[in-house]
Ligand binder design. Structure first.
Ligand code: UTP
Length: 464
């Protein structure tokens, strides 16, 4: 092994690899050297040293509830402002799709999962159709950035290519790949190898977006194209209103650096990030870090003191992103205990029965405290948040399908459509190209329209 690398490994207490080094072929040795050279060993050692420091909660008396803007139903001025920004080409859309979908148990990228109630469009197709519809309305090709991870990249690009980019222009869709972090042994901090010559690396979290945007030069590119606002969402939410003009309008009129849609928590321990305010800055406490006493605290009127949840729908000011991303360590790493299969020093495979490793991830919402000007805009869970996380039970394909059908019932009712009686939730699908909301549905359907279930409303469907 090269002397300088050996020295770095020794000073970072990474002696594990040295003990199986001699068992590797020269080719494997050079592969390992190349991977290790890319790892900041000292930084990794520091993260491991801090593994037992608990999440530092702000002092109780400093925590305040957050102000939330409740837009009136149509907010025509904000909507116009948002539509103007879209038409002027000041908005780009970013979808994070790099996760591993381990709870869902899929080997394909989560975005390929069939999600719509009747036509079974994939998440990728559904989101692309929204971007395409919005682009037609704005009369320009809104850039659609898609963050993948090394594990999902090729399959994602192939999926889009083989489906003709779902009608989007090829140049409009920009794939970029997030970084990875090695997993380390729970007790010793030694880097784990998934194969004798392959470091076990996993995606560095959705917070890796910031570093990846910077490293790939995309942030600079967005700025030079005159893009001022970047709309962020997660691939696993079929209800998201992509680049909602009303949201964009409020973000612009408040000169906000970072805006977020928020939903009311269902219960004190709802599994959502919790928005709080500390010294005038906004921050999010993960549900797993929120102490029960604080979660249960009530306001004078009996409502929850911390009642504002994070559905991961954000809007970033591009200049703000450029400033914060100039500091590579702007977002902290969070540590999670995980089961990581690996090879031991005899190069035998180990499949752990209990957690044996630390994985490191950054979370995008840690960017909130860095914003001086921020804005939270309320939305409703049943209108905009139905995440696909698990194979069964809560947040599963079944609940995501039900949520879509229930939302479409609301739209039809708001549009004044006569509905037959039903006992179980009827199957309804309204494709984004037909209508993006109740208002549009109202304009599109004739006054005497009678719904018959299952109901599929779509414009000139295309087979991709
Ligand atoms: P989750 O935290 O739910 O992770 O991601 P996941 O990979 O989808 O599912 P599990 O935890 O393995 O079961 C929320 C969103 O953030 C993206 C995911 O693609 C999803 O849209 N994400 C997550 C990334 O893009 N990169 C990551 O490293 C992690």
């Amino acid at each position: 092994m090269r002397q300088d690398l050996r020295q770095r490994l020794l000073s970072a207490n990474q002696v594990g690899i040295l003990s199986h080094w001699a068992k590797l072929s020269p080719h494997e040795q050079s592969l390992v050297e190349r991977q290790l050279e890319l790892i900041d060993l000292e930084f990794l050692a520091n993260l491991f040293d801090k593994r037992n420091s608990p999440f530092a909660l702000p002092e109780a008396e400093k925590i305040a509830a957050v102000p939330v803007l409740h837009p009136s139903t149509n907010s025509p001025e904000s909507k116009n402002e948002g539509l103007k920004a879209l038409a002027k080409g000041e908005v780009a859309i970013l979808m994070v799709a790099g996760g591993q979908g381990s709870r869902l148990g899929t080997l394909q990228p989560k975005g390929t999962w069939p999600i719509t109630p009747i036509t079974q469009k994939s998440l990728f197709e559904l989101h692309s159709e929204k971007v395409l519809t919005l682009s037609k309305k704005a009369n320009r090709d809104i850039p659609f950035l898609i963050m993948t991870s090394p594990a999902t990249h090729d399959q994602t690009v192939t999926f889009f290519t083989s489906h003709s980019f779902f009608g989007l222009k090829k140049e409009q869709v920009i794939f970029f790949t997030q970084g990875t972090m090695p997993a380390v042994d729970l007790n010793t901090g030694a880097i784990l190898f998934e194969e004798p010559a392959k470091v076990f690396a996993s995606p560095d979290g959705h917070g890796g977006t910031l570093t990846a945007l910077k490293k790939t030069g995309l942030l600079e590119q967005l700025k030079s194209q005159g893009i001022k606002h970047l709309f962020f969402f997660q691939v696993d939410n079929p209800l998201v209103q992509i680049a909602d003009p009303v949201f964009i309008g409020h973000h612009i009129s408040h000169r906000s650096q970072l805006s977020s849609k928020v939903i009311l928590k269902d219960s004190p321990t709802d599994k959502l990030g919790n928005f709080i305010q500390v010294d005038g800055r906004c921050q999010i406490i993960e549900y797993s870090d929120l102490p029960l006493e604080l979660a249960n605290r009530k306001k004078h009127d009996g409502s929850l003191f911390i009642d504002t949840g994070n559905p991961a729908i954000h809007l970033f000011d591009v200049d703000f992103l450029n400033v914060v991303s100039s500091n590579g360590d702007a977002l902290p790493f969070h540590l999670a205990r995980k089961k990581v299969p690996h090879v031991d020093t005899n190069l035998s495979k180990v499949v752990p029965e209990k957690e044996n490793a630390w994985k490191f991830e950054r979370f995008i919402f840690d960017i909130f405290p860095l914003a001086e000007r921020w804005l939270l805009v309320s939305t409703k869970r049943d209108e905009e948040f139905a995440p696909l996380k698990n194979a069964q039970g809560d947040d599963s394909p079944e609940t995501a399908k039900q949520a879509q059908c229930k939302l479409f019932i609301q739209w039809l009712e708001k549009a004044g459509i006569k509905m037959p009686a039903y006992s179980a939730t009827p199957e309804i699908e309204i494709s984004p190209s037909f209508a993006m909301d109740a208002e549009e549905l109202f304009r599109k359907l004739p006054g005497n329209f009678q719904a018959i279930f299952p109901l599929l409303l779509q414009d000139n469907p295309k087979e991709f």
